[in-house]
Structure formats: C-alpha cells, structure tokens
Write a protein that binds this ligand. Structure first.
Ligand SMILES: N[C@@H](CCC(=O)N[C@@H](CS)C(=O)NCC(=O)O)C(=O)O
Length: 208
C-alpha cells in the first residue's frame, strides 16, 4: 500500500494519476499548504524541502519526495510508462517538465492568476515564457504522438496536470492544435480522470 501526502495542485495530481494508471492501492493524506502543514516537523522528516508530493511505499519501506523521482520509482516498480528502450527520450521530456514546464507555468500562475497588477515585469515575463512553451510543446507534438515518442509515458503524466491549468494561462490552448490533440487524448483516460479529481470530485480537466 502506498501512502500519498499531497494537495490539489498539478504536482500533486501527477502522482494520483500515476497511481491510478498503474492500479496501485493508495491512501491520500491531505497536506493543507495554506495552513502550513508542510512545515510540521513530522512532515519535514519525510519532505526535507517541505513540499508535496511525497509517498511512503509501506511494502518496500521507502519514502520518496520530488514528483519526478516518485514517477520514476512507481514506473520502475510497476514496469509501466517507462520503457527501458526509450528511457533516454523519456528522461529528457520528464526533466524538461520538472525544470521548465512546471516552474515557469508555476510563476505564470503566481503573477497572472493569483496576483495580477502587482508586477508588470513578472506578468509579462512569465506570460511570454509560457506562450513560447505552448508553441514549443505544440511543435514537438506535431511530429510525435506523445512527448517522448509513440507511447504515453511518465513524461506525459508529469506534464498533463500543468497544461490542465490552461484556463489560468489565458494563452488559448485550442489555438495549438497538436497540444490540444495530445491534451484531449490524455483527458479521456479513465485513470487520468480518477487521479485528477482525487481531492475534488467535481474538478474535471477543463476542455480546451
Ligand atoms: N520540484 C517539486 C516541487 C513541489 C512543489 O513545488 N510543491 C508545492 C505545491 S505544487 C508545495 O508543496 N509548496 C509548498 C511550499 O513550498 O511551501 C516536485 O516536483 O515535487
């Protein structure tokens, strides 16, 4: 049994989606980030940077933080979505999600969605970066069915919940036809829907 410490955010949803995809039994413990649960000493013991998500795999007695590392761990354990022959490609797109897609869209959320009007520089900078990222992902998906090639992988699972915040981005997902095709295809997966609504049963991936 896996214990998932999480919150209803893109980084949190990556792991519930993965757990649904591989069909593992899991129990969710909610970490209320607004209340500061992430700074509680007991949570810091398993999350040295005070961030969600974290899992404990009770079967193997392992605790893992950082969503990319968790996705790799679960993929290796289950033998799914991380084909050995395609690992170099999958790793590149997963690291691109971890180091670029998530952090940049996260900043765009901060300036454009949560705090508009506070910093024109911040709003313009992350809007421009996010728009460029939509084009880059769209271009990649014009010649590849999924991010790391012909098959759905942990790189797609990591990236999807970020693009699912497209209404906050105000970039117009539907104008990016390859990214929309990819998004629609992943949104239809039963496991993705289950993992996406893990904390709010009414929050489905929004249509482009
Ligand atoms: N690189 C980390 C980022 C995790 C992260 O930023 N988590 C946010 C929520 S999405 C968090 O826990 N924030 C609380 C805080 O920093 O106080 C990962 O991918 O796991």
């Amino acid at each position: 049994m896996i214990e998932l410490f999480s919150a209803n955010t893109p980084n949190g949803k990556k792991i519930s989606i993965m757990l649904e995809e591989i069909g593992y039994e899991y129990k969710v413990t909610k970490i209320d980030l607004d209340k500061g649960d992430q700074f509680e000493p007991n949570f810091k013991k398993i999350s040295p940077l005070s961030k969600i998500p974290v899992i404990i795999d009770h079967k193997n007695n392992e605790t893992i933080f950082e969503s990319g590392a968790i996705l790799i761990y679960l993929a290796e354990q289950s033998g799914k979505f991380y084909d050995k022959k395609n690992r170099l490609e999958i790793n590149q797109w997963l690291m691109a999600q971890m180091g670029y897609v998530g952090p940049m869209l996260g900043q765009h959320h901060q300036f454009h969605h949560y705090n508009p009007g506070k910093s024109k520089f911040g709003e313009d900078r992350y809007f421009k970066i996010s728009k460029r990222m939509y084009s880059e992902l769209d271009e990649r998906l014009s010649n590849s069915k999924f991010l790391a090639g012909a098959n759905y992988t942990i790189a797609d699972i990591g990236t999807f919940p970020w693009i699912a915040r497209h209404e906050w981005h105000d970039i117009g997902l539907k104008d990016y036809k390859n990214l929309t095709r990819w998004y629609n295809e992943i949104s239809k997966r039963e496991a993705v829907i289950k993992g996406f609504i893990f904390m709010n049963k009414n929050e489905f991936p929004p249509k482009p």
